[in-house]
Design a protein around this ligand. Structure first.
Ligand code: LLP
Length: 427
């Protein structure tokens, strides 16, 4: 459930009409709902509690929000206030998490290509765990930790070799993906790490893909992870933590309905029966996707002689790249539905390439220039993947809470944009 519903015939975010935001901030603009973020976090936390999936010291399991899905400080702070941790993949994300008030001991540092500087930064601020993805990276972490006179708390990221994820570009759990190590390597690395003065191995982790709408591959991967924990313990290692990644899908319409957080938690509890361990999770999409929309204005309705009708928007692929990059489906809702029968539209942006197409032949209520439309489910992997391609200003972000809203990232000015470039002396 989300909090984007019509009020008096106008699509609103909580109690604020999207038209009001569009009028004061301009379009395109991302709009996020605090109540939806809070609800999604709460539903997952409660489902994990219900199934007795605990974290360290018998407390709640760590829900480390995947900052890559939505890194706006206001969004992170909304979640931080509920007790969320952060799953980060760069120094920039660690800094964002800290700036939003997420304590370092709830920050996990993942990613296949951590640099020496980033590892040093993570160790200095004291992140809770570094998820090591390869042998060379493990040695780098050890060397840096030793040079800082400390030990890196690590978990080994395993690639469970299962197929999952909505699109080839977002599946991460197959052996031919760049992520993680095999089970046998994980055992070898764990043993090595246990005898290394710069490392303190505390657990194992996996993440098999994103927008997963079927629990079977997750359950297959998780039961292999359980086997690994048992083997490691059998070899005398202490394995305190199990990080099961993110990946649970969300309803994008016209896609299989994903399992609920309750189904997900039940599957994990069943798969892990008898295993006493501290759990952590790295959800991104399931918390943020349906908590945000991208609002755009229809500039023109352009009819081609072949009978195609193009709705040209002021939003483009640089603002929301998911349709161009992953053929992703985003539901499109007019902010105020015009009376009349639905028509077929190709909904496109103004960028000079055919890939700047949000959808083709979509049946929508009649549209006219000046109408506002909302791309639904755009709160995850939306603004974070935006760019200034075609020298279009970076899209702004707004956070709503009840009947109030605030611009949480303003649209830059053209002066800001030009001022970032430098001319060399010889010009
Ligand atoms: N943990 C790790 C290590 C990850 O790589 C990811 C996502 C997550 C957690 C969060 O996964 P989620 O719960 O959001 O599915 N840009 C793509 C999605 C890329 C996901 C990459 N990794 C999209 O727009 O669909």
């Amino acid at each position: 459930m989300n909090h984007f519903e019509p009020i008096d015939g106008e699509l609103s975010c909580e109690s604020v009409p999207l038209r009001e935001i569009a009028q004061s901030v301009g379009t395109p603009v991302y709009v996020y709902s605090s109540a939806t973020l809070e609800r999604h976090y709460g539903v997952l936390r409660d489902a994990l509690r219900q199934e007795g999936l605990k974290g360290e010291h018998g407390g709640d399991a760590l829900i480390a929000f995947a900052v890559k899905a939505n890194s706006n400080l206001a969004v992170l702070k909304t979640l931080a206030r509920l007790g969320a941790g952060a799953d980060t993949v760069s120094e920039g994300e660690i800094r964002r998490a800290l700036a939003a008030g997420i304590p370092a001991n709830r920050i996990v540092f993942s990613g296949v290509g951590k640099t020496a500087e980033e590892l040093a930064f993570a160790l200095k601020v004291g992140v809770s765990e570094i998820n090591v993805e390869s042998e060379p990276e493990m040695h780098l972490a050890s060397n840096i930790a030793q040079s800082l006179g400390t030990r890196a708390v690590i978990a080994i990221r395993v690639n469970p070799d299962v197929s999952a994820g909505g699109h080839a570009k977002i599946a991460t759990g197959k052996a031919d993906n760049k992520f993680g190590v095999s089970f046998s390597e994980a055992e070898r690395l764990y043993a090595q790490a246990s005898n290394n003065a710069g490392l303190k191995p505390v657990g194992v982790t996996c993440h098999i893909g994103s927008q997963i709408t079927d629990l079977a591959p997750m359950s297959a991967a998780f039961s292999k992870m359980k086997g690994l924990v048992q083997r490691l313990r059998g070899e005398g290692h202490s394995v305190e933590r199990l990080d099961l990644g993110g990946g649970l899908g969300v309803p994008y319409f016209h896609q299989p309905t994903p399992p609920s957080p309750a189904d997900y938690a039940r599957m994990i509890a069943r798969t892990m029966t008898g295993l006493d361990i501290a759990y952590s999770f790295e959800p991104g999409r399931m918390i943020a996707a349906n908590a945000g929309v991208l609002v755009a204005e229809v500039l023109h309705i352009h009819e081609r002689p072949e009978g195609r009708k193009f709705a040209v928007l002021d939003a483009a692929m640089n603002d929301l790249i998911r349709p161009a990059m992953y053929d992703a489906y985003h539901d499109i809702k007019p902010v105020r539905v015009r009376p009349g029968s639905p028509e077929m539209y190709d909904v496109v942006g103004p960028i000079c390439e055919t890939g700047d197409t949000f959808t083709r032949e979509r049946e929508l209520p009649p549209l006219a220039p000046g109408d506002l439309i909302a791309f639904m489910s755009a709160g995850a992997y939306g603004a974070v993947m935006s760019s200034e391609y075609n020298s279009r200003l970076l899209v702004p972000e707004v956070l709503v809470q009840g009947d109030q809203y605030a611009v949480v990232r303003p649209r830059p000015t053209y002066e800001d944009m030009l001022a970032r470039d430098r001319l060399p002396d010889w010009l």
